[in-house]
Design a protein around this ligand. Structure first.
Ligand code: ISL
Length: 565
């Protein structure tokens, strides 16, 4: 059987609210995505993951869905979505829908019915509990701050929400819920989409009884991950869903599971094709390296730990299963500011070096909108600039803990999801070419020097480098299929590895820092020809001593060798 299409593909994430606004209301929309499809075709990507555009009260920017079959008027119309699917397909770009089914909006008709009475047939589609001693039934915390339980005054019971109170969790123990999820996914396949990214999908099997977090007093809140991450029935649920979604279809449907808290061992099970669950997972190890106690506790980046984590994932899924590869998405700060160096002197080279080390690995690379032009974090100066419910809740929690507004902002700025959500920088204009109106969130002031327009025809640009990496992924089987082997280096900033397939060997070498460095290679890694570099090519042929400038990154290819595996 031939490999499924995503094994040599690159997927691009569009966060529509921040991509392009076609009607001047300041919010990105489907018309804007359609207008900019040529940018994606020019980049060469294979599929577009569309963050949610369904009907939604927008409590969490669309990750709170009130109608899975309709488009929110904020983003356009259902027929525009059909037009997007057709126009993307006409350019050879597949469409991956973002499906959020751990929870719905509290305004979804299912929840409206469920809360209408304790005996409503939909009551058991969600999680309800009586108060305990007049307060929350368990000590679980919500990801967005505070308790994971909210009292429904009408029926006198609490409902569970791992995220905002406007995002009640569905009860997947109820087979009707699982059938409804499969049915809505099948309807999207009928409309022509090619796959799904499933939001926090490893949260849907909760530990029976929803036990308290040990060591946290009743009324307190603690992280209850052990009770809902990779829960007891998760593999059964995902296998059942896969069967239902794939039934009667020849073309494999891509399912990417977003899985906070997934371990490497679990990921092997989730992505083993023989088990028919999901095709790849988004793991979170490498995006937690700079978190201390929690994401608001920013600690210095340890490059060695970052490297070890990514290499460990490469090794863990080398025989069975498949990796996703990402630096950024709509929940993470911008990669060049976080893992790279966004000082103007180093910005271009660090953005391209990061791209090179990620796109050289085995797995399916994801590019988040704006990453391909090296967009950076936003220089937040005041709390009112932030829009995200998570940051806003956190600012008030810090205020209640006695922090000043400035101190609270300083704690939130590094991990604020809004860093990723400022408008796409199309052109060097104040509104970035994003809107003719007033943008819903500020445009980064560096739009005068970072934009698609400034990079489109520049062969040295970040954009051009991404284009080349994507083209190589399509062209070189060793890049899509080759084995991964670490090339050891004691220096945490020097990243090196090899990919091998048959008689081809690709060697990736990068310096993730400003200081020049030298890497001494064992003879077996030397000998390739330079294929791609992000700066002046110092060596056309890979020798044993590799001198690296600051943020230097190179790919060498050797063909016709005999390589021990
Ligand atoms: O950023 C986070 C909170 O600190 C992450 O834990 C994030 O919430 C987690 O990755 C799950 O994200 C997904 O589900 C959320 C939604 O807000 C995110 O945008 C989505 O990607 C709830 O639907």
């Amino acid at each position: 059987m031939s490999a499924p299409w995503w094994r040599d593909a690159v997927i691009y994430q569009v966060y529509p609210r921040s991509f392009a606004d076609s009607n001047g209301d300041g919010v990105g929309d489907l018309g804007g995505v359609i207008q900019h499809l040529d940018h994606l075709a020019d980049l060469g990507i294979d599929a577009l993951w569309l963050s949610p555009v369904y009907r939604s009260p927008q409590a969490d920017n669309g990750y709170d869905i009130s109608d899975y079959d309709d488009v929110d008027p904020l983003f356009g119309t259902s027929s525009q979505l059909d037009e997007l699917i057709a126009s993307a397909h006409a350019r050879g770009i597949r469409i991956i829908m973002d499906i959020v089914v751990n929870h719905t909006s509290d305004e979804h008709p299912w929840f409206v019915a469920a809360r209408s009475s304790r005996t409503d047939p939909k009551r058991d589609w969600y999680w309800w509990r009586d108060p305990r001693d007049g307060a929350e039934p368990t000590n679980w915390a919500s990801f967005f701050g505070g308790s994971a339980w909210t009292l429904d005054p009408g029926t006198g019971q609490y409902y569970l929400h791992l995220f905002d109170r406007k995002q009640p969790d569905l009860n997947w123990e109820n087979p009707e819920v699982r059938a409804a999820v499969a049915a809505l996914m099948r309807r999207w396949l009928e409309r022509g989409v090619d796959g799904f990214r499933m939001d926090v999908i490893n949260f849907v099997s909760k530990v029976p009884g929803l036990p308290d977090v040990p060591g946290v007093a009743p009324g307190g809140t603690g992280f209850a991950g052990a009770s809902f991450m990779n829960g007891p029935r998760i593999h059964e649920f995902l296998h059942e869903l896969r069967q239902a979604v794939q039934a009667g279809r020849d073309e494999p449907v891509l399912i990417v599971g977003e899985m906070p808290g997934v371990t490497m061992d679990e990921a092997v099970l989730y992505t083993d094709p023989a088990r028919a669950e999901v095709d790849m997972v988004f793991q979170f190890d490498h995006v937690a390296v700079d978190h201390g106690e929690d994401k608001w506790d920013a600690i210095d980046l340890d490059l060695g730990e970052l490297r070890r984590g990514l290499y460990d994932w490469q090794r863990a899924l080398d025989r069975t299963g498949w990796n996703s590869l990402y630096w950024s998405n709509h929940d993470q700060p911008r990669a060049v500011s976080r893992f790279g160096d966004d000082h103007p002197d180093w910005w271009r080279r660090s953005a391209t070096a990061l791209a090179t080390v990620l796109h050289g690995m085995r797995g399916t690379p994801f590019v988040y909108q704006g990453e391909e032009i090296g967009m950076t974090d936003f220089p937040w100066t005041a709390p009112h600039e932030l829009r995200d419910v998570e940051s806003i809740n956190q600012l008030s929690l810090f205020a209640s803990a006695g922090l000043s507004a400035d101190q609270a902002l300083d704690r939130v700025r590094h991990s604020a999801r809004d860093n990723a959500r400022t408008p796409m920088q199309w052109a060097p204009h104040p509104a970035g070419g994003f809107t003719d109106g007033s943008p819903w969130i500020a445009v980064n002031p560096n739009v005068d020097w970072i934009s698609v327009e400034r990079q489109r025809d520049d062969p040295e640009s970040v954009l051009a480098h991404y284009r080349r990496l994507i083209e190589l992924r399509h062209r070189l089987p060793v890049l899509s299929q080759g084995d991964f082997a670490e090339i050891p280096s004691d220096d945490p900033a020097v990243w090196a590895y090899a990919r091998t397939l048959g008689d081809s060997r690709l060697v990736v070498i990068a310096n993730l820092g400003r200081e020049p460095r030298v890497l001494e290679l064992e003879p077996r890694w030397a000998g390739g020809e330079l294929l791609l570099a992000n700066g002046p090519a110092r060596a056309e042929r890979l020798g044993r001593l590799v001198e690296l400038d600051g943020w230097d990154a190179r790919l060498y290819l050797r063909r016709g060798g005999t390589f021990a595996s």
